[in-house]
Design a protein around this ligand. Structure first.
Ligand SMILES: C[S@@+](CC[C@H](N)C(=O)[O-])C[C@H]1O[C@@H](n2cnc3c(N)ncnc32)[C@H](O)[C@@H]1O
Length: 422
């Protein structure tokens, strides 16, 4: 056994040990079969050219760029573990299942091959021939040449006539094309990183009538879907190193963005005391639905480290913080946390031409946060129905219209009543 092999083996075991610890810290369990697969598949065989230590860092390895944009990667181990866990939980295990992976690289497909066993099958599809070529070479080297690799736009049926128990999408989608639901078996599960309100979550969805309904969700980020399902995300500058991320079709006149952060900051605090495992990604979707239901302009704030260290902004998460642009020029966003010992409080920071209006807007945002905390910090459910579904047939919740579908986000409050926002 060479030094390199021993090194790779020990790095892999250490990476999976850390994944198990991280799952436990979040209150989840790393499923034993997912853990076993990740302890088996040598990730460095899917990152050729990279030093073996870097192959076992818990992050994505970018494999292709177009200009400034990352368009292909070997996904981060923590995200792969979480999504495989979502899939296995939803299907009660993956042994013997037939799987379609959308977005290739080879690593995740090999893990799936381990998980489905000899009775199952794995097809992986990528729109980019460079990626499929690379995936075939890596899969062959790693001994997983029974994974079927297809080069096609997965917006459309991949192997016409075939249905899968699991479709796992490993690129960030904005919509769910009809082919994804139609290719599922009756008990089939779709795991997909889907963007709603400019924020991406990996949703595990089951068939429900003519649509789909979620069984779990995780916060995530992915390179975007390309091809016929591609969508438009714009970043607009609001200060040095501070941007607003606008969703497909969202337009904001530039004069509304002038001097947005120039006035003194007003702040408000919810006055709550929460323990660290609280999933604040759920709060962010809750705020988005409340803001949309109130007819206000919801935007997502992103910031570079330098803008935070220089005090220009202090958002809850620099990669995507919920924010509102009010008609009177007030701008309010969810702030950094305020810690007391082992617990934290939730806050909102606001700027605007009228200081008292800004303070009131921050107060309204923390009121929404208090409502979420008092309701037991509920997680959202997602319903996906065809685009032609009339309003009257939508489930209760906040609806977002896409090209092929209408998606409805709903929170069940503590007393058991789903929120009735439309
Ligand atoms: C994050 S990478 C996939 C990672 C991979 N599953 C792994 O094992 O690490 C996402 C891939 O999705 C592909 N992709 C994007 N849009 C697609 C589409 N419409 N159909 C098929 N593949 C697509 C990209 O070319 C890219 O290679």
């Amino acid at each position: 056994m060479s030094v390199e092999t021993i090194n790779s083996e020990s790095l892999r075991q250490a990476m999976v040990d850390q994944l198990a610890t991280d799952h436990a810290d979040k209150g989840w369990t790393l499923r034993p079969e997912v853990e076993a697969a990740m302890r088996t598949v040598p990730r460095e065989l899917f990152t050729p050219g990279l030093p073996v230590q870097e192959a076992y860092e818990n992050r994505a390895v970018i494999t292709k760029r177009r200009g400034e944009e990352n368009i292909s990667s070997v996904s981060a181990p923590f995200l792969i573990a979480e999504m495989l866990g979502q899939a296995a939980d939803a299907l009660g295990g993956l042994k013997g299942r037939h799987v379609l992976e959308i977005g290739s690289g080879g690593y995740n497909a090999s893990l799936l091959r381990e998980l489905v066993g000899v009775a199952g099958s794995v097809t992986t599809v990528d729109i980019d021939p460079d990626v499929t070529g690379r995936a075939i070479a890596c899969l062959t080297t790693a001994g997983y040449d029974d994974v079927k690799v297809v080069c096609a736009d997965a917006e459309h049926p991949v192997e016409p006539g075939r249905r899968y128990d699991l479709i796992i999408v490993t690129a960030g989608a904005w919509d769910i094309p009809p082919a994804w639901r139609e290719q599922l078996t009756d008990i089939g599960v779709l795991v997909v990183p889907l963007r709603t309100f400019g924020m991406t979550r990996s949703w595990a969805l089951r068939r429900a009538g003519v649509g789909l309904v979620s069984v779990s969700e995780r916060q995530c980020g992915f390179v975007p879907v390309q091809g016929d399902g591609a969508y438009d995300v714009q970043y607009v500058d609001v200060a040095d190193g501070v941007h607003l991320r606008l969703d497909e079709g969202q337009q904001i006149p530039s004069q509304r963005l002038d001097g947005l952060l120039a006035t003194p900051r007003q702040e408000a605090w919810a006055g709550v005391s929460l323990p660290p495992p609280t999933v604040l990604a759920d709060l962010d979707l809750w705020l988005a639905t409340r803001i949309a239901a109130a007819g206000q302009e919801f935007v997502v704030l992103t910031a570079q480290d330098v803008a935070i260290s220089s005090g220009v902004v202090a958002p809850s998460w620099r990669f995507g913080t919920p924010a509102v642009l009010h008609d009177d020029g007030t701008f309010v966003y969810r702030s950094e946390l305020r810690w007391t010992g082992d617990a934290f409080d939730l806050g909102a920071y606001a700027h605007g031409p009228d200081a008292s209006a800004a303070a009131a807007a921050a107060g309204r945002m923390v009121e929404q946060m208090r409502t979420w905390v008092n309701a037991g910090c509920p997680a959202p459910a997602l319903h996906v129905v065809p685009a032609q579904t009339p309003d009257g047939d939508l489930p209760a919740g906040t609806a977002v219209d896409k090209r092929h579908s209408r998606v409805v986000l709903a929170f069940t409050l503590k007393e058991g009543s789903p929120d009735g926002a439309r």
